[in-house]
Each structure stands twice: as C-alpha cells, then as structure tokens.
Design a protein around this ligand. Sequence first.
Ligand SMILES: *[C@@H]1O[C@H](CO)[C@@H](O)[C@H](O)[C@H]1NC(C)=O
Ligand SMILES: *[C@@H]1O[C@H](CO)[C@@H](O)[C@H](O)[C@H]1NC(C)=O
Ligand SMILES: *[C@@H]1O[C@H](CO)[C@@H](O)[C@H](O)[C@H]1NC(C)=O
Length: 236
Amino acid sequence: MYEDLIITTPDEHIYSEHTYDTVDVRNESSSNSLKIPVKRKTKRRVIMLLVVIVIVALTTVFTALLIIKEKMSNTNDTTYDQQTTSPFPRGITKTQINDTDKSGVNCKTGWITSSGLRSCYLFSNDDDATDWNGAQSECLKLGGSLTDVETNMELNFLNYQVLIRFGHDYWIGGTDNGTEDRFRWEPSEQPFNVTYWGPGEPNNLGNIEHCVDYRQLKWNDAPCDIKVKYICEIKV
Ligand SMILES: *[C@@H]1O[C@H](CO)[C@@H](O)[C@H](O)[C@H]1NC(C)=O
Ligand SMILES: *[C@@H]1O[C@H](CO)[C@@H](O)[C@H](O)[C@H]1NC(C)=O
Ligand SMILES: *[C@@H]1O[C@H](CO)[C@@H](O)[C@H](O)[C@H]1NC(C)=O
C-alpha cells in the first residue's frame, strides 16, 4: 500500500530527487557524508534516551504514588480491623445506609437524619472540639443534647456517619460520672439498652474515664476533659 502510494503520488518525483540528492552527497564528500548522519544519529539517540528516561521516571513516580495510596488505605483498614472486622457489625453494608434525609423528618440546615429515624443529628467540626461538658452545653444551646443511642438502627446510622468523617472521634451523651460502671444517657438519665464498646472497654483507665467517646467506630470511656468533636441530637 505504501509503495503504491509513493508511485501514484505527484510528490514522487520530488521524493525521488531528494533521495538521490542525499545519496549523491554521501558519495561526493566522504568526510561530510560520514559526519552528518552520525551527528544526526547521535542527536536522535540522545532524544530517544531522554524520552525513555522521562517515561521510566513518570512510570516510577506513578507506581510509587499508587503504592503509597494503597498502603495508606491499608493502614486505615487495619485500624478498623483492630476494632471490629466490619464497621457494620449488625449485618448492614455501607450501600444499605441512607446518609440523606429520606425519612420525612425535616432537619434544620446542617443537621442530618436517615430513613426510619425520628431525630436530627449534628456532627461538629474539627475546630469545635471541646470537653464533654462543653459539648453537652453546645448541644443544649442548639436545642438538642449530646446524642444517645437507643436502637440498632440509630447505632448503624451513627456508625456510618462517624466512619465517613475524618478523625472518627466524637463525644456522645453517655456517662457514668458519679455512678461508676452504670452508664446512662444525659440528660435523659436512661440506662443503655444498646452498647457498642470496643474490646476491653469500658475500663475506667486510671479511674478517670467517665464519658463515652465514639472513637474508631467503637465506644470508649474516656476522661471527660479531653477535647474531641461531638454529635448533637434533636428528637422530633
Ligand atoms: C433507605 O431508603 C430507602 C428509600 O427511602 C429505603 O427503601 C431503605 O429501606 C432505606 N435503607 C435503610 C438501611 O434504612
Ligand atoms: C431503649 O431505651 C429508650 C429509652 O432510653 C427507649 O425509648 C427505647 O424504646 C429502647 N429501645 C429498645 C430497643 O429497647
Ligand atoms: C461529674 O460529676 C461532678 C460532681 O457531680 C461534676 O462536678 C462534674 O461536672 C461531672 N462531670 C461531667 C463530665 O459530667
């Protein structure tokens, strides 16, 4: 096909002339004809080499980035695995959880709910981190209180919301302050009928852990004066 094209093209003559010219030059002066192609070849080789180097470098960087990314996500997975084999221990998968309001409950801007729940929830920001008492009074100011966890449905919803947020570390309304190891929700003073303690928790480490921290997708009793984010709940 290519040869046919050359033969039939009007440029054939020019192409042939050029070819012959080159051949002539090579034949005429042996010194020039040897040097010029060698120089050109060297240039080409250098350019090819540079292209190869750039390709190899880019591939290396890309692969390195992929490896780093994978390692980081593996680290996160391991962290969760240390706590629980699945962030959804009650047999609910991520896709089954509704993180948008489809429940008919109307929440104020910034508050969220999910199908089947009768409350709105607010997840505080990183710079709102405060001690347990501070968190409770912030929630009270907003017309709610630190969230309780009364049903598995509410637990699954909160667990998913904690999972998708950076830090995974929030105060909830549980405390055993003044009644060691008898945890209750404040301000309702209702005892826990759903629990989600991490392994070995609550352990009242150092005798100073009386507030429930929803941490790494499990609950932990923590010193009430540490500063973490918080989850407020308004029942509707
Ligand atoms: C999510 O919402 C859809 C539609 O409102 C509902 O059919 C489904 O049961 C909900 N899933 C959960 C886990 O609540
Ligand atoms: C859990 O306790 C709350 C009161 O704190 C109650 O309203 C709710 O019905 C209880 N849920 C279950 C599943 O027993
Ligand atoms: C724990 O109880 C003490 C005494 O009743 C009170 O002063 C303190 O504020 C309580 N702490 C929390 C975090 O509720």
